[in-house]
Design a protein around this ligand. Structure first.
Ligand SMILES: C[S@@+](CC[C@H](N)C(=O)[O-])C[C@H]1O[C@@H](n2cnc3c(N)ncnc32)[C@H](O)[C@@H]1O
Length: 241
């Protein structure tokens, strides 16, 4: 299991403020939510709360969920603790229903088995009001495996330099899965710390992810195809009386 969201949670929080464009991401979700009159929302894979801050500031009735308390603890430094719940997305159970569920940051990549995907979508189905919205992005398998290259990132955050050297290896054990080996080299005040991390991620072909949604009773309203990512906006089929 990856260390990126536990022992390296602080590094993630600092680094990804320069990797992701959270303002742009927020605007994307906000426009879909507004268009569909959604105000009560659940964010799955909310991490250190970078989108949470924006949803709350703009008046959404928001709950954030993540597997790792180390990520949620960072979010809780600025936001009320009960805004967040620690839970595996494969085991969702709520005593209320939401207008919309978002799985942000392509967090579904960490659910590598078919059963886990089915459990996640079935749990989201139960957690949504009739005709509620599910919005999420996944890594697209063709895009990932066509350009399956090692890469390096160099980030400066305050007085810290974070260098990440990433190597990829096909895994293919439970679908379009791959291993991501990352070395973090962190330099601050003349001191250098190094960490190694291994993660298994799952990419999906479009047909595959659409089939998971069909089997769990979602209707796809829109798909947005980008080089390595598919974004899906789906609606819960109302449960017949
Ligand atoms: C790439 S990060 C995205 C975090 C945040 N959305 C952001 O954009 O910064 C993926 C997140 O998914 C969470 N995660 C991984 N597996 C999970 C699971 N089974 N259930 C809930 N959250 C999970 C991780 O802890 C991490 O915070």
């Amino acid at each position: 299991m990856t260390q990126l969201y536990s022992t390296l949670a602080g590094v993630y929080h600092e680094m990804y403020q320069h990797v992701f464009d959270y303002d742009k991401e927020y605007d994307f979700y906000d426009s879909i939510l507004k268009k569909n009159n959604c105000t009560t929302i659940l964010e799955i894979g909310c991490g250190s709360g970078m989108l949470a801050r924006r949803f709350l500031k703009n008046g959404y009735n928001y709950l954030g969920l993540d597997l790792f308390n180390e990520m949620l603890d960072i979010a809780r430094e600025e936001i009320k603790a009960d805004t967040f719940v620690q839970c595996d997305m494969c085991n969702l159970s709520f005593d209320k229903q939401f207008d919309a569920v978002l799985i942000t940051g392509r967090s579904l990549a960490y659910v590598t088995g078919n059963k886990g995907i089915m459990d996640t979508f079935n749990g989201i189905h139960k957690s949504l009001k009739d005709n509620g919205l599910l919005v999420f992005s996944v890594f697209e398998a063709n895009g990932i495996f066509d350009n399956f290259n090692d890469f390096e990132q160099n980030i400066e955050h305050n007085n810290k330099r974070i260098r990440r050297i990433s190597k990829l290896e096909k895994n293919l054990e439970t679908g379009w899965t791959y291993n991501w080996y990352a070395r973090y080299i962190i330099e601050e005040d003349g001191k250098i710390a190094e960490f190694d991390d291994t993660t298994t991620l799952r990419a999906f072909t479009k047909d595959e992810i659409l089939l998971f949604l069909k089997l769990t009773d979602f209707q796809v309203k829109e798909t947005i195809d980008e080089a390595k990512t598919i974004t899906i906006i789906a609606e819960k089929n109302a449960v017949p009386c």
